[in-house]
Ligand binder design. Structure first.
Ligand code: MEV
Length: 424
């Protein structure tokens, strides 16, 4: 059965009902998502295998973004975030893109790069050429180490050598390009880099020092675009204002940092919900934002020939489906199952699309009404909880502090005391 991400009124249900509804929309049994419930998620014993000195686990809410169509497929998207309004905003933006076919993506491929640093070469330029002459030998050596990756169609593909002037002298930097297929790739490329380094040192006639992947994963780029309907956005003026907001972010690093933070609200939430490495993806995205030498926006918005808003994004996404926490964390597995992605590339397509949707929603809110109204309404629930409201009391306290325009913990406490006094 094809997946259906268009679930209306999901917010009006209880979490248990929502789980059943999203399972139905994803065409899977609700039991496949059981690990999303806190009591069936990561156990202490499982956590103890993931990191050291384990004493507990921290729970982060997982919401499901609706309405996404990506490359013709509906996807219900798990998002792990503590920030109110992120999931609702992504769903809303996806709805506005859905009428024009949703998101279209493309990928530069699944190539990660490892760096091998050569120090003290007496003839750096000649050393560079000697390493390049040994390209085939070095690739074969690297591929011998990972026959499984090679059997899946991946493996070391190319070598590149750079001469790098530094403040402690000239260094020679070898880049090993590896097609990592459905893995995030860090383990595969680091193992290969360590293994070929002694031979590189021999060829260069000097010594190697660092052997590690680069998180500037610019051979693993995902691009996404979508047309956002002008009428659903609120009309021609809103479209023009979002274009102006986008131009501001493209031109100004101060605005670009915040514009990109809005993108990362979406990207990091999906990366975390699928057990991938949030820091690797963030390092990659921000380095990409600075690729011209000046930090800029990761996305652009333009008006298309029909007067609609067209959004584009380009981000390096080193994410995988095999190995790491994605496999070892039961909740991450449930997230991947809900998405129904089968390759790392499909997962990256979802992540880039959510980043673009999140960004559109933020720019629209900022341009049309300012961010605080919607944000504070949702934030009021967190404030009510911080003031000590129980699950049954949160709704009433939040509604009152919003109505009175006093969304502060002290006031929420007063309202709570009043509520308890009147219901006692
Ligand atoms: C808040 O988490 C994100 C925004 O600041 C993003 C933006 O300004 O574009 C709203």
């Amino acid at each position: 059965m094809p997946r259906n991400s268009r679930i209306q009124g999901l917010r009006d249900h209880t979490p248990d009902e929502r789980l059943d509804l999203v399972a139905e929309g994803a065409g899977i049994a609700a039991e496949a998502l059981a690990a999303l419930r806190p009591d069936a998620g990561l156990s202490i014993a499982q956590a103890d295998h993931l990191v050291e000195n384990v004493v507990g686990v921290i729970a982060v809410p997982v919401g499901v973004a609706t309405n996404f169509t990506i490359d013709g497929e509906d996807r219900l998207v798990p998002m792990a975030t503590e920030e109110p309004s992120v999931v609702a905003a992504a769903s809303n933006a996806a709805r506005i893109a859905r009428v024009h076919g949703g998101f279209r993506t493309s990928s530069s491929g699944d190539v990660m790069i490892a760096q091998i640093q050569i120090l003290d070469a007496v003839d750096p330029h000649a050393a560079r050429l000697r390493v390049l002459e040994a390209r085939d030998e070095l690739l074969a050596l690297a591929n011998e180490l990972d026959p499984i990756l090679v059997s899946f169609g991946g493996g070391a593909r190319d070598i590149d050598v750079r001469i790098l002037p530094t403040r402690v002298g000239t260094q020679v930097i070898v880049h090993l390009h590896v097609d990592v297929r459905d893995a995030m790739g860090a383990n595969a490329v680091n193992t290969m880099a360590e293994a070929i380094a002694p031979r590189i040192a021999e060829i260069a006639g000097s010594r190697t020092l660092l052997r590690i992947l680069t998180n500037k994963a610019d051979q693993r780029i995902t691009r996404a675009r979508a047309v956002f309907d002008a009428d659903l956005l609120g009309g021609a003026q809103v479209v023009a204002d979002i274009v102006a907001a986008s131009a501001f972010a493209e031109a100004d690093p101060y605005r670009a940092a915040t514009h990109n933070k809005g993108i990362m609200n979406g990207i990091t939430a999906v990366v975390l919900a699928t057990g991938n490495d949030t820091r690797a993806v963030e390092a990659g995205c921000h380095s990409h934002a600075a690729r011209s030498g000046r930090y800029s926006a990761l996305s652009q918005f333009e008006q298309d020939a029909d007067g609609n808003l067209v959004g584009t994004i380009e981000v390096p996404l080193a994410v995988g489906l095999v190995g790491g926490a994605t496999k070892a964390h039961p909740t991450a597995q449930a997230g991947v199952t809900l998405l129904g992605v089968e390759t790392a590339r499909e997962l990256a397509a979802v992540i880039a699309s959510v980043g673009l949707a999140q960004n559109l929603a933020a720019c629209r809110a900022l341009a049309a009404e300012g961010i605080q109204r919607g944000h504070m309404t949702l934030h009021a629930r967190t404030i009510a909880a911080s003031a000590g409201a129980t699950v049954d009391e949160i709704g009433a306290v939040a509604a009152r502090i919003v109505a009175d325009r006093r969304i502060r913990v002290e006031y929420a406490r007063e309202v709570l005391d009043e509520l308890r006094a009147t219901s006692a």
